[in-house]
Design a protein. Structure first.
Length: 334
């Protein structure tokens, strides 16, 4: 039974690798360090207990990261892993959390590299200590340079290009790409990819994703100032839902499309308020990152052979397929 499930999981991983990669979400948010108990009693693996630290750049209140964590907890429960999750949007503070995990001599580390250079030293220390490190969600262009074992996520530049090509098909002419955290590599890569794939004009607008009233007023002001903008592209579901209000406040005719999902965003796609969303499948990222450390420790496996990332997106969610995704979004896993 066991083996059958694991074979199926591995097959799924391989299939996922055949997809494009997809992206990240917003960053920033207070420190949190808690153990994911995730019904460990339901775990099926009979292998020795191991401890995995997952350290992300999550912002407090960003629902995207709940999905990452749920996936990680599901894998931990299955694999008899004690999962210790912590996060900090500040790159320096995130690196300190990785150092804490090293000091605790954990068996493996899964981390996001939104600011790759901040992770360089701690990943090198982990390597020297013989602790495997896998990357996920952010850092698709940097994980090998940093010396990580494998990477799970979407190639944000490719996802951005695919997004731009879809806008071409929809007849958009002038896009506004809203970045909620300046300098965050995954977010910047999305807009760069969009610019490359989209044949119309692309403007970049920086907003402070931790201050939604300010996000709303900044987008509104830009739309009032330039009525030729016919597409607002956001890089996270909460920003998209705020942009819906901005479009209304500015009496703009612009449509809205976004990267990343949450439950409310799926409903917005179903109702047509948001045209489409690109799903990088965060639950899958969290699940595969943790499961990969179990596979490495117990069977010496590493997905992508250490040379290629495992891509979890971009999966496009439109009105045509949103109902299927909604079933899972309602459970809080998509």
């Amino acid at each position: 039974m066991h083996r059958h499930h694991r074979a199926a999981a591995l097959t799924a991983t391989v299939l996922v690798g055949a997809l494009f990669a997809t992206g990240c979400s917003s960053s920033s948010g207070g420190k949190k360090s808690e153990e994911g108990d995730a019904a460990a009693s339901a775990g099926k693996a009979t292998t020795p207990r191991m401890t995995v630290a997952m350290i992300t750049h999550a912002s407090p209140g960003d629902t995207f990261w709940d999905l990452i964590r749920k996936g990680a907890e599901a894998a931990a429960a299955k694999d008899n892993i004690k999962l210790v999750y912590s996060s900090d949007p500040s790159a320096g503070a995130q690196a300190n959390l990785v150092q804490n995990a090293l000091d605790q001599k954990v068996d493996g580390i899964a981390l996001t590299a939104a600011k790759p250079d901040a992770m360089k030293d701690v990943v090198a220390k982990a390597k020297a200590a013989g602790i495997p490190v896998v990357g996920f969600n952010s850092g698709v262009s940097d994980w090998k340079r940093l010396g990580m074992l494998e990477y799970f996520g979407q190639d944000e530049n490719i996802a951005g290009q695919a997004f731009g090509e879809r806008l071409n098909q929809l007849g958009a002419k002038h896009a506004l790409c809203v970045v909620q955290e300046q300098g965050q590599v995954a977010l910047e890569a999305r807009c760069a990819g969009l610019k490359k794939g989209f044949s119309g004009d692309t403007d970049i607008l920086y907003v402070n994703g931790t201050d939604m009233p300010s996000v709303k007023s900044t987008i509104t002001a830009k739309l009032k100032q330039d009525s030729s903008i016919d597409e607002v592209v956001t890089l996270g579901a909460p920003i998209a839902l705020t942009a819906v209000q901005s479009v209304s406040d500015a009496s703009s005719k612009a449509k809205i499309a976004t990267f990343d999902l949450n439950k409310e965003l799926v409903k917005a796609v179903q109702s047509g308020t948001v045209q489409f969303a690109v799903d990088q499948q965060p639950y899958l990222q969290g699940y595969l990152a943790v499961d990969s450390l179990w596979l490495y420790k117990n069977n010496g496996n590493f997905s992508g052979g250490g040379t290629a990332p495992v891509l979890t997106g971009p999966a496009f969610i439109t009105k045509d397929n949103a109902d299927d995704v909604a079933k899972f979004a309602a459970k809080g896993t998509r």
